[in-house]
Design a protein around this ligand. Structure first.
Ligand SMILES: [Zn+2]
Ligand SMILES: [Zn+2]
Length: 348
């Protein structure tokens, strides 16, 4: 089969790779579509280590073969892939919350080969834990790839009472920032403000006519001062940090209203993750701080509902599709601000 093979930092070659065969308890998926994620760029640059040669974790595929012990009635059915796989035994895994697995979770496309190939194996623990998420017939393969990033945003925002919030600021205008903004809108936030330093990215969102109320370039406008003026000094109810810049955390805290919620969706440079914070702001202003780290089945199911209800419009988010042969062009396009991409798909 054809696959994009990671050879080392900044080197991926599309070449032949042995087509896998499903062993006991495993499922062979024909990859219908797989999306590029910002994390894939970090893996390519050597900033994030993976233990397999084939990455790609935003996947929709069709069950083509099953190993012994797997019911054949799933053959021919289409699935999205829940990336996170736990031990399957601990209390968190038992309640299908593998993010909190006591053994630490492993992920498809990191610990097992992923979706930038014609075929991939769903390993036994993933099959056993229900990590094949059935796609509705009305959902396209392309749309299916959005379930993973969208489900991560749904999980990350789960502990924010968005239904009661008037204003939320999302820092970062990549696809994750946009998806966070759309989930906030879908859950009833009146005004969502997306902040970014890149005007092309903001222009791109404007061109796609997404339901985002304000697009702010933080090079021209100080977001803290703007929020202060725009809200008569009250602040916003929620801030979502969706860009990997720890310098965004302090302004985020400063623009929160009393009792406001800060969600740290993005991860930061592991070599330098410290940031001084005025803890008295959190104490006296009764702020809430949340983390976010991937997603599990309940989040995928809600992501399907949001897409099917039209609250997240995939046609406005998927901007480019490349063949697997053109994988390197796709990676280049993803990191080129002139390309104006939001989500880039690979069709094997
Ligand atoms: Zn991703
Ligand atoms: Zn576990």
């Amino acid at each position: 089969m054809k696959a994009a093979i990671l050879k080392g930092p900044n080197r991926i070659d599309v070449e032949d790779y042995p087509k896998p065969e499903p062993g006991q308890g495993e499922v062979l998926l024909k990859v219908d579509m797989a999306a590029l994620c910002g994390t894939d760029q970090r893996v390519l640059r050597g900033e994030k280590n993976v233990s397999v040669p084939i990455i790609g974790h935003e996947i929709s595929g069709t069950a083509e073969a099953v190993g012994s012990g797997v019911a054949e009635d799933i053959l021919g059915k289409r699935f999205a892939v829940q990336t996170v796989v736990g031990c399957g035994e601990c209390p968190a895994c038992q309640r299908h919350h593998q993010i909190f697995c006591e053994q630490g979770f492993k992920a498809i496309g990191y610990a097992w080969n992923g979706g930038f190939a014609e075929y991939m194996i769903m390993p036994k623990p993933a099959v056993d834990q229900g990590c094949l998420i059935p796609l509705p017939d009305t959902m396209s393969d392309a749309e299916g790839t959005l379930l993973e990033p969208l489900s991560c945003c749904i999980n990350g925002l789960r502990y924010l009472p968005l239904e009661e919030m008037k204003r939320v600021v999302v820092m970062g205008a990549g696809i994750i920032g946009v998806l966070n903004a759309l989930v906030a809108k879908a859950r009833g936030v009146e005004e969502v403000i997306v902040v970014n330093r890149s005007q092309p990215k903001l222009d791109m969102i404007r061109e796609q006519n997404l339901p985002i109320d304000y697009l702010m370039n933080s090079r021209d406008t100080d977001p803290v001062a703007w929020v202060n003026e725009h809200t008569g000094g009250a602040g916003v109810d929620g801030v979502v940090v969706s860009a990997s810049a720890k310098s965004l955390v302090n302004p985020g805290i400063q623009m929160l209203a009393l009792g406001g919620h800060l969600s740290i969706f993005a991860g930061f440079n592991k070599a330098d993750p410290l940031e001084p914070i005025d803890l008295n702001l959190i104490h006296y202003r009764e702020l809430h701080v949340h983390g976010a780290n991937s997603s599990v089945r309940r989040d995928y199911i809600e992501a399907i509902e949001l897409l099917q209800a039209g609250k997240v419009d995939s046609a406005k988010l998927i901007t480019h599709t490349y063949s697997l042969d053109d994988f390197l062009d796709a990676m280049k396009a993803q990191s080129d601000p002139d390309v104006h991409s939001l989500k880039i798909l690979i069709k094997p």
